[in-house]
Write a protein that binds this ligand. Structure first.
Ligand code: SF4
Ligand code: SF4
Ligand code: SF4
Length: 372
């Protein structure tokens, strides 16, 4: 077993830090306990592993979580009684649920299908797709029709579930991630991009709950704060809101380091005097993210975090660029991560720039030189 603590899911800063190699299952309990003890003792409000590693440094966190790993943890390892333990014949049926959303009626149908044709339970994948194990291939077409009756379809192959965070409902949401993904789904259907295992995700803010950094195409809501110097009185409330320490007070005025700023907009919402405002707001597009499997050369590769190619664009422009990327991938019969791994990000960007150059409305747009 390999144990990871995520240090940063934002490709701007970091990478995944492998804290301990091949930790035995037995030692994993100790390692997790160490981590929980450490975050209780040293962690600040809402801090996660990424924040801890950034604030204290990977060596300090590593030392704490790997402390006394050989000691016997008081709870003996136990057998996890999941239903998946009962290995049976049959296939796992995956259902597309854009944004991880299914209506009550659809949930009932999925439950009925699971009872009638499967093992009587449903698993929801990380990308929000309901999965029914234990399905016999001979029943697939009947099930397909039953699902169609409630507006659902089988994820046969190709484009994975279109995944979004809860951005439209979440207080942190900078744009309506679900609404955008529904529009992208229509593009996907129109283009018929079916066989390339492309993953598309949207997140309403840079917290990236929609796992946009591990997708071929990731969309993230961003906002750049601006300061109204007349209204700012140096009260420091915004400093506490900023998790990346991008704000300082100088001469009773807030000063924002835009190099450090992750464009989450929290400080704007927090300022009691409305001294901070949304100077720029929009969507970032990231490309080329992938989990540690299915690398283009057939090897099990390292995790590939998606890199940002453009910032602060409108919903409309994000849709157009997404469509070009999908057309390009369709033409090359590749997914985004594999294609970028093969030709390099700069060449990929050249192709996007070429497309932008042909459209008048994109004449003034420029791609990000290189993700910092
Ligand atoms: S990514 Fe941001 S907007 Fe989306 S659910 Fe997470 S915190 Fe909320
Ligand atoms: S919270 Fe508002 S008023 Fe207070 S320092 Fe920050 S920007 Fe200025
Ligand atoms: S938007 Fe504000 S709170 Fe968010 S990272 Fe930037 S300075 Fe910090």
């Amino acid at each position: 077993m390999i144990f990871f603590v995520q240090s940063e899911n934002n490709s701007d800063i970091g990478n995944l830090k492998r804290l301990s190699h091949y930790v035995k299952l037995f030692n994993t309990f100790s390692l997790v306990k160490n981590y929980v003890d450490f975050i209780r003792k040293e962690g600040r409000d809402q801090e996660r592993a990424a924040d801890l590693i950034r604030r204290l440094g990977p060596d300090v966190v590593k030392e704490a979580v790997t402390d006394k790993l050989e000691e016997v943890f008081e709870t003996e390892p136990f057998q996890c009684e999941t239903k998946q333990k009962s290995k049976t014949k049959g296939t796992i049926l995956r259902i597309r649920a854009t944004n991880g959303e299914v209506s009550s009626r659809q949930v009932r149908k999925i439950a009925d299908i699971s009872e009638k044709y499967g093992l009587g339970f449903v698993h929801f994948s990380l990308r929000g797709a309901p999965e029914i194990p234990g399905i016999d291939w001979k029943d697939i077409e009947i099930i397909r029709n039953e699902l169609k009756g409630v507006g659902l379809s089988i994820l046969d192959k190709g484009i994975d579930n279109l995944q979004a965070c809860f951005g439209g409902y979440c207080d942190n949401g900078i744009f309506d991630a679900q609404a955008l993904l529904c529009k992208i789904e229509k593009i996907v259907e129109r283009l018929g991009v079916n066989n390339q295992n492309i993953k598309i995700s949207a997140s309403g803010c840079p917290n990236s709950c929609g796992i946009s950094h591990l997708s071929d195409i990731g969309l993230i809501g961003v906002v750049e704060p601006g300061l109204d110097r007349e209204k700012c009185n140096g009260c420091s409330v915004c400093i506490r809101a900023c998790r990346v320490n991008a704000i300082e007070i100088d001469n009773k005025l807030a000063v924002i380091d835009l190099q450090k700023c992750k464009n989450c907009g929290k400080c704007i919402k927090t300022c009691p005097f409305e001294a901070l405002y949304e100077k720029r707001k929009g969507i970032s597009i990231l490309v080329g993210g992938q989990g540690p499997h299915f690398m283009y050369d057939g090897q099990t590769g390292k995790t590939r975090l998606a890199e940002k190619i453009i910032d602060f664009i409108s919903d409309e422009h994000a849709l157009k660029i997404t469509e070009w990327i999908l057309k390009l991938l369709k033409e090359k019969s590749k997914n985004g991560a594999n294609f970028i791994e093969e030709i390099g990000l700069e060449s990929f960007k050249d192709m996007v720039v070429k497309k932008m150059g042909m459209k008048k409305e994109f004449k003034t747009f420029s791609l990000i030189d290189r993700a910092e």
